[in-house]
Write a protein that binds this ligand. Structure first.
Ligand code: C2E
Ligand code: MG
Ligand code: MG
Length: 405
C-alpha cells in the first residue's frame, strides 16, 4: 500500500505531477489518463495503491463519479483531489469524499505547489494507518461480545492541551480492540455492532472502569489529568448508569470534575427522557459533559439547548485547514462565541499541523487535540509523550513571541 496513482485526462498535468513527486522522493507512481484505466489498476489482484491523486474534471467520468466508484469498492487508501476549479467546488467535493467515508488527505488547486504537495505527502506517511485497511469488515455480535467479556478491548489516550500555554490538561479515551488475528481494530468497526445488539452499555462501563483505573495510576505518579470518555445519547438507557459512574469515581478516588463524558447523538432518539435524566444527574454530581463532533448531524443546537454541557468540541471537519478557509473561520468564530456566551470551553479536535495550531490560538479557542499534538496512544506511552511535548511546547511559545515581537 505504498504506491501512488495519478488520474488526470491531461497528459501534461500527469507528467508535471509525477516529476514533482519524484523530486520529493516518490518513485512508485503510476499514471492513468482515464478513470476506467485507473479503476482497472485498483481492481488488479496485486494492487498496492495507497494514495490516489484524482482530477475532478474529466470528460469520460468525472471525479465525483470516480469517488462513488472508489467508495463502492471499499478503497481504503488515501485520496487527494486536484482541480483547476474554484476552491468552493473543491471544498464541496472534499465534503462529498468524506461523506463516502473515503480517507481524504486534502485538495490541491492545479498546478500543485511543491510545498503543499510535500505537506500532504508528509501527512500521508505519518498518519497512514495500516490497520484501517480492514475497513469495511464488520464483526459478528458474538465476536464483539466475546472481546468485551475477555478483556480484548484496550483504551488508548489522546492528549488535550491548552492553546494559550500549551499546558497538557487531560486525555480523551478512545477504545480499540486488540484482535487476536486482525491486529488493532478501530472503534468504527465495532461500536455500531455493540449499539445495534444492545451491549454498548457493557462496553461503555468497561471503558470507563479502565479509564478511571488509569487516571488513578497517573494521579499516583503525580500526574493530574482530566479523562474524557465517549458516550452516545442513545447508549444511555440504563437508569442505574449514574450510580455505576459514581461508584467507580468513589472506588478510584478520581474527582467527579476530572471525568468528562463526550456526548453525541448517533441515531434518531426514540425517547430522550432516560439519557437526559442520566446526564443531568451526573452533572449534578459535577461530572463534566462535553458536546462532541459539534457542527455535524450528530450534534445539534437542540442538544446544546437541552443539556448542561460545559465543553464544546468543534468537529475536526471545521478545524484542519481552517487557516486558509474563510467558511471554516466563520463557523469556528460562531461556535466559539456561542460557547463563550454559554460559559463553555471550546475544544478543537483534528489539529493536524502548525497552521491549524496558530489559527485556533489566534481565534481564541481554549483547548486543542489532534495528531499535531499527539496521536491516541497506549497509556504507558503518555509519560514519554509528556516529556517530548514539554520540549515542543517551549518551541511553540518561542515561535509565538517571534510572531508577536
Ligand atoms: P471522536 O470522539 O470524535 O474521536 C476523535 C477521533 O478522531 C478518533 O478516532 C481519533 O483517533 C481521531 N483523531 C484524533 N486526532 C486527529 C487528527 O488530528 N486528525 C484526524 N483526521 N483524526 C484525528 P477513533 O479513535 O477512530 O474514534 C472514532 C470515534 O469512535 C470517536 O470519535 C468516538 O465517537 C467513537 N469512540 C471511540 N471510543 C469510543 C467508546 O469508548 N465508546 C463510544 N461509544 N464511542 C467511542
Ligand atoms: Mg470524542
Ligand atoms: Mg469528535
Amino acid at each position: 500500500m505504498n504506491e501512488i496513482l495519478l488520474v488526470d485526462d491531461d497528459p501534461y498535468q500527469l507528467r508535471l505531477l509525477s516529476r514533482q513527486l519524484a523530486t520529493l522522493g516518490h518513485e512508485k507512481v503510476s499514471c492513468c489518463d482515464t478513470p476506467s484505466s485507473a479503476l482497472a489498476v485498483l481492481d488488479a489482484p496485486d494492487a498496492a495503491i495507497g494514495l490516489l491523486f484524482l482530477d475532478l474534471n474529466m470528460p469520460q467520468m468525472d471525479g465525483v463519479e470516480v469517488m462513488r466508484a472508489l467508495a463502492g469498492r471499499g478503497y481504503a487508501g488515501a485520496l487527494v483531489l486536484i482541480s483547476g476549479e474554484d476552491s468552493r467546488i473543491l471544498e464541496t467535493a472534499m465534503r462529498l469524499a468524506f461523506a463516502h467515508e473515503l480517507n481524504v488527505l486534502g485538495a490541491l488547486p492545479k498546478p500543485c505547489e511543491n510545498a503543499s504537495l510535500a505537506a500532504l505527502l508528509d501527512r500521508w506517511q505519518r498518519f497512514h494507518r495500516p490497520a484501517r485497511q480492514a475497513a469495511g469488515k464488520t464483526y459478528a455480535p458474538d465476536e464483539v461480545r466475546h472481546a468485551i467479556e475477555h478483556g480484548e478491548l484496550v483504551n488508548h489516550y489522546q492528549p488535550k492541551v491548552e492553546l494559550a500555554t500549551g499546558a497538557p490538561v487531560g486525555v480523551e479515551t478512545l477504545v480499540r480492540w486488540r484482535h487476536p488475528q486482525d491486529g488493532l481494530v478501530y472503534p468504527d468497526r465495532f461500536i455500531g455492532v455493540a449499539e445495534e445488539h444492545d451491549f454498548i452499555d457493557a462496553l461503555t462501563r468497561r471503558v470507563i472502569r479502565d479509564a478511571l483505573d488509569q487516571t488513578k495510576a497517573w494521579r499516583d505518579m503525580g500526574l493530574r489529568l482530566s479523562v474524557a470518555v465517549n458516550v452516545s445519547m442513545d447508549d444511555l438507557v440504563a437508569l442505574d448508569f449514574p450510580d455505576f459512574v459514581l461508584d467507580e469515581l468513589g472506588r478510584t478516588g478520581v474527582p467527579a470534575g476530572d471525568l468528562i463524558l463526550e456526548v453525541t447523538e448517533s441515531r434518531l432518539m426514540k425517547d430522550p427522557r432516560a439519557p437526559m435524566e442520566i446526564l443531568t444527574r451526573l452533572r449534578l454530581k459535577r461530572v463534566r459533559l462535553s458536546i462532541d463532533d459539534f457542527g455535524t448531524g450528530h450534534s445539534s443546537l437542540a442538544q446544546l439547548r437541552d443539556l448542561p454541557f460545559v465543553e464544546l468540541k468543534v468537529d475536526r471537519g471545521f478545524v484542519h485547514g481552517g487557516a486558509t478557509n474563510p467558511t471554516m473561520g466563520a463557523i469556528l468564530t460562531a461556535s466559539r462565541t456561542m460557547a463563550q456566551q454559554l460559559g463553555m470551553k471550546t475544544v478543537a479536535e483534528g489539529v493536524e499541523d502548525l497552521g491549524d495550531w496558530h489559527w485556533l490560538r489566534d481565534y481564541g479557542c481554549d483547548l486543542a487535540q489532534g495528531y499535531f499534538i499527539g496521536k491516541p496512544m497506549p497509556a504507558e506511552e503518555l509519560p514519554g509523550w509528556l516529556t517530548a511535548w514539554e520540549g515542543r511546547r517551549a518551541g511553540l511559545a518561542c515561535d509565538r513571541s517571534l510572531r508577536e515581537g
